[in-house]
Design a binder for this molecule. Structure first.
Ligand code: SF4
Length: 340
């Protein structure tokens, strides 16, 4: 581990990531098509998009959680080591200790036949080689930290004896048990009711600040992304189509897809007085991607070149980028105006 490098540089550095899956009959689906991401210690990035956009597949690449049939390209550096090139023995040590994950469904994290407290303590013993007694003390401290009521008693619960919100808090405790540097959260509040969702989001934000964690948060809800993140990366068709600071994206959404997400978000008004709208059409079929811009078939601004060329990410300013030819066009008209 190269701690000097990561003290100053990004703790997560993803370059040109591609993830392909075989679907049988010799066909391959590219679920992630050249993603670049970087994240510093103490930062939260939201990966935002509809289902099938590639956000969860990208997230899972940070722990190499895909089936063996997945084929990766590019690199995924976490705390100075490339996860994609890591031998399995090292990977098992990295998972939990350096990078950890909260799932949408706590059932994926907890075994239903063991007590929750024992499962957390065992994870600590396995990774850190401390005694079971010390590990149980840590589990109790974590339950207190995630504000599970009557924590001592709750440690003896089986997963089914806890409510959804409490299981989610217990899963956060499990994810933090080995003091990871990077926390990944895959739609962790989607299955919860609105009040519990807000409590869990606030808790995550508080823990992230207290512990200086780098957090990558996957969500389909732009309201949630704005609530938890410093930066947003909007994904569509396996690509990042817009990325920037939350405030910049809300103030100046530059990709038509992001504009659609903002205009259709519930509970908020994207533009004061505007009516709630939805994005027409459906997300692309990854096994049959259209040529050119992946958003082309749903885009009201589509031009001829969009049907054959894939737009790169254009600089919109202040670390804000968007993959749309309109930005190049607007920049060209502005420079014409200036030189006239
Ligand atoms: Fe729409 Fe073309 Fe921009 Fe794609 S590149 S979002 S199709 S205008």
């Amino acid at each position: 581990m190269n701690s000097n490098m990561t003290d100053t540089g990004p703790i997560v550095d993803v370059r040109k990531l591609t993830v392909d899956f075989s679907t049988g009959g010799g066909k391959t689906v590219r679920a992630v098509a050249g993603v670049d991401l970087s994240l510093k210690k103490g930062e939260t990035l939201a990966l935002l998009g509809e289902s099938g956009s590639g956000k969860s597949v990208t997230l899972r690449a940070l722990m190499r959680l895909h089936p063996d049939s997945a084929r990766f390209g590019g690199s995924v550096n976490v705390d100075g080591r490339d996860i994609l090139a890591m031998p399995y023995g090292d990977l098992a040590r990295y998972r939990g200790k350096v990078v950890s994950m909260i799932f949408q469904d706590p059932g994926l994290a907890f075994d239903p036949v063991y007590r929750v407290g024992d499962q957390i303590a065992e994870a600590v013993v396995r990774h850190e080689g401390i005694s079971m007694q010390e590990a149980k003390k840590r589990a109790l401290g974590l339950f207190e930290r995630v504000r599970i009521p009557s924590p001592e008693r709750r440690l003896d619960n089986y997963p089914h004896e806890m409510s959804g919100g409490m299981r989610q808090r217990a899963m956060i405790a499990l994810a933090l048990a080995c003091r990871p540097k990077v926390l990944l959260a895959d739609e962790p509040t989607t299955a919860l009711d609105a009040t519990v969702q807000i409590q869990v989001l606030l808790l995550l934000r508080e823990l992230q600040r207290e512990l200086g964690l780098a957090v990558i948060f996957v969500t389909h809800d732009i309201g949630v992304a704005v609530e938890v993140a410093d930066r947003i990366a909007v994904m569509y068709g396996g690509r990042i189509v817009e990325t920037g600071k939350c405030a910049d994206i809300i103030r100046n959404p530059s990709h038509p897809y992001t504009q659609g997400l903002l205009a259709s978000r519930t509970g908020h008004e994207a533009v004061k007085g505007s009516r709630l709208v939805t994005i027409p059409g459906a997300p692309p079929d990854l096994s049959n991607m259209p040529p050119g811009c992946p958003f082309g078939p749903r885009c009201k601004y589509v031009m001829d070149r969009c049907k054959t060329q894939t737009p790169p990410l254009y600089d919109v300013g202040a670390d804000h980028f968007a993959a749309c030819f309109l930005i190049e066009q607007q920049a060209a008209s502005q420079s014409q105006l200036q030189s006239a």
